[in-house]
Design a protein around this ligand. Structure first.
Ligand code: AMP
Length: 283
């Protein structure tokens, strides 16, 4: 497995693969890898001969009061896991390699970056899309794999790739979950034991809402209420949003569209958790 920390190391490798015409699959991550990340690597492998994983904790997507400095980092363990997955190349730049000292141009993430996650994290998606654009230019993949786990991010990456004509395909990979339904996340290590036990409430709420829709409910308010009721029974759970959005515009619609996504964000103690689940009903 090749590990590149500078563009000088990375670019000749990518150029060689491009010249040879081999398909490159790419999985961008912030490290502290778990089974969810590794499932993305396996999806990338289905689409490409060479798999590149990036590990970069991107400072520009964290707000001033967020967890950038204490975000979990485990580079050696990450490299071992990726070696076991037979990843061909790991791209691990540091912040000074990724950002010059006077960068002025960023990706404007548009109106969908202002709702849901964007309300709590106003500059988050500008940071995400800007670094994803840079990573895609550096790695030049044919296919890039993103998790459904971060549904709004996935929606915006798809929009950026379409609207700015990036020459690659975005593939979405299903959410890997713990046995009680909690979506795997690098941030789950922040949960205290009692919070960890309560955290299955997100999956229970999504399942309750989806169950209602699948039984024929089309009222947005009724589905929102069913999710809220589950979360309200959890002491200390601060609900930020629980609603249903369309796949086409990532906006709430009433009555519900035949397909869409239930989305939830809560704060359990000091830990913010997000999750979502797709639904599709027969028309
Ligand atoms: P992160 O390291 O959190 O930035 O995530 C890197 C990629 O892994 C993103 O595309 C995430 O959506 C995806 N991801 C994170 N958690 C999961 C999970 N539990 N299942 C599947 N993909 C995930």
């Amino acid at each position: 497995m090749i590990v590149c920390r500078t563009r000088v190391e990375l670019f000749p490798r990518i150029a060689e693969w491009k010249r040879a015409g081999v398909q490159i699959g790419f999985v961008p991550t912030m490290g502290a890898l778990h089974d969810g990340h590794l499932s993305l690597v396996r999806v990338a492998r289905e689409h490409a001969r060479q798999v590149v994983v990036s590990i970069f904790v991107n400072p520009t997507q964290f707000g001033p009061n967020e967890d950038f400095s204490r975000y979990p980092r485990a580079p050696e363990r990450d490299l071992e896991l990726l070696e076991r997955e037979r990843v061909e190349l790991v791209w691990m730049p540091d912040a000074s390699e990724m950002y010059g000292h006077d960068e002025q141009i960023t990706v404007d993430p548009g109106p969908v970056a202002k709702v849901f996650e964007g309300v709590v994290r106003p500059e988050h998606f500008r940071g995400v899309l800007t670094v994803v654009a840079k990573l895609l230019h550096q790695v030049q993949p044919d296919v890039a794999v993103f998790g459904q786990k971060d549904a709004q991010q996935l929606f915006l990456v798809r929009r950026m790739v379409a609207d700015l004509a990036f020459p690659l395909r975005i593939v979405e990979a299903p959410t890997a979950r713990e046995s009680d339904g909690l979506a795997r996340s690098s941030r789950n290590v922040y949960l205290k034991q009692v919070e960890r036990e309560q955290a299955d409430a997100l999956w229970r709420a999504l399942s309750a809402g989806k169950g209602l829709i699948m039984r024929g409910e089309r009222s947005l308010a009724a589905v929102e209420r069913s999710m809220r009721d589950v979360l309200a029974s959890v002491p200390g759970c601060d609900l930020q949003y629980a609603t249903v959005v369309s796949e086409t515009g990532f906006s709430a619609c009433d009555p519900l569209a035949p397909s869409g996504r239930l989305i939830i964000a809560v704060k359990l103690g000091s830990v913010r958790l997000i999750d979502n689940e797709k639904y599709e009903v027969e028309r």
